[in-house]
Design a protein around this ligand. Sequence first.
Ligand code: NDP
Length: 454
Amino acid sequence: MKVINPTTEAVIAELQPTDAKDLSRIIESLQEGQKAWSLKPVAERLACIVRFGELIQRNSDELAHILTSETGKPLRQSLNEIQGAQNRIDHLQQNAEKWLTSETLVDSGSTHEKIVYEPLGVIANISAWNFPYNVGYNVFLYALIAGNSVLYKPSEFASLTGKQFEKNLWQAGVPENVFRCVIGGGDLGQRLLEESIEGYFFTGSYKTGLHIARTVAHKLVPVQLELGGKDPLYVMDDIINVHQAALNAAEGAFYNNGQSCCAVERIYVSDTIHDDFVEALTAEVSSYTVGDPTDLKTYIGPLTRLQQLEVLKDQIADALSKGAILKTGGQKMDREGYYFEPTVLVNCDASMKVMQEESFGPVIGIQKVGSDSEALDLMQDTDYGLTAAVFSSDQKRALRVLEQLDVGTAYWNCCDRVSPNVPWSGRKHSGLGATLSAQGIRAFVQPKSYHLRP
Ligand code: NDP
């Protein structure tokens, strides 16, 4: 399997895909390894993860270069991701033992009652390429600490990083038969669905997520889906600093080239501040440094996947044909690599693909609105339900909108943010189940209830 650098379009590695025979052997060894791993005290499993975190931090420069080479993520953002994801490990260190300890609910009278949290077994972690540290950690660290073994399938666009997870986990003391990274594309993912696995934890698109849920339904094992979004931001007319709001909105939309599940994907702006907001946002986006992602000054690098260039071109053409106006960008860049100009469209409406379908690239559509109720109707006018944001100086007013939205995460005066303290979950076509927080670790255990008559 060829690994292509999206900046140079050169093949930078060739990996041997995991074949069917290897896969069966790996799963057998993970089944074996899981038994011994689950008998270790939580503190011992946690200690391995803490050591893993230390190794990653120590090697963050080298790891950031690997991530940038296969995804095109600007190096500064690769470093941010690697260093920032450590917050999951810190949070687990503080809480995991507490969350996994058995709970006695009744310890008097004739019948005592308690809950013990048992691991699921061997779980499959089928992952995405856009934030492999963040979304990988959310699953495999929590699963390992809970006593499971993990079959990790990185996206074919982040396989070198997946191999680094394996190397560093092993070095940190996680046994080789407890964590394995397998290499391959969608066909390998498909094969995992046919294997004897006790839980599927998927991060990726709605289309693949739905396919996985359907295919493994007959097994009646846990299936968790972290899927895409079309996340709206509404900027209210009472915002005090329109310029700052525009800068924050631009960052939410364009960080990592817009390739974030919770990127701001569409913006609704009150008509009274619309023109000032658009002017500030367009100026900011036009000033972004586009270029070689290994240069620490670069803010926008290439897209990771060649095929996404066509998706963006199609969305922009569709919008322009229906009356949108291009403020900046709009084209694939005339240079080597999968570069697309950071693009701002105004005069958008709900009939346009750019306001309905995930763009997953450096493109934002903006629509003018006349009232909170109009904004609310538009914000919930997609099949997705990942996040939604409101910028306003009035918390009560912002919450009145946010409380009515069918989303897993609501932001007031911030956006595009994930925290280990609170669950990360999508609704509707954005997913099923939750990662992070206590709920995120409970996803990897099954309760056993004891009724004991001493
Ligand atoms: P895909 O759905 O294309 O792929 C996700 C994973 O599934 C990859 O490892 C892929 O392998 C694998 N896969 C592909 N086909 C199959 C199959 N038939 N059976 C099993 N596995 C399969 O998503 P992307 O990698 O393009 O990720 C981008 C998407 O992920 C966006 O929609 C984004 O919003 C979403 N996402 C959601 C997050 C969340 O927390 N809600 C976080 C991050 C991303 P391969 O790549 O090798 O083909």
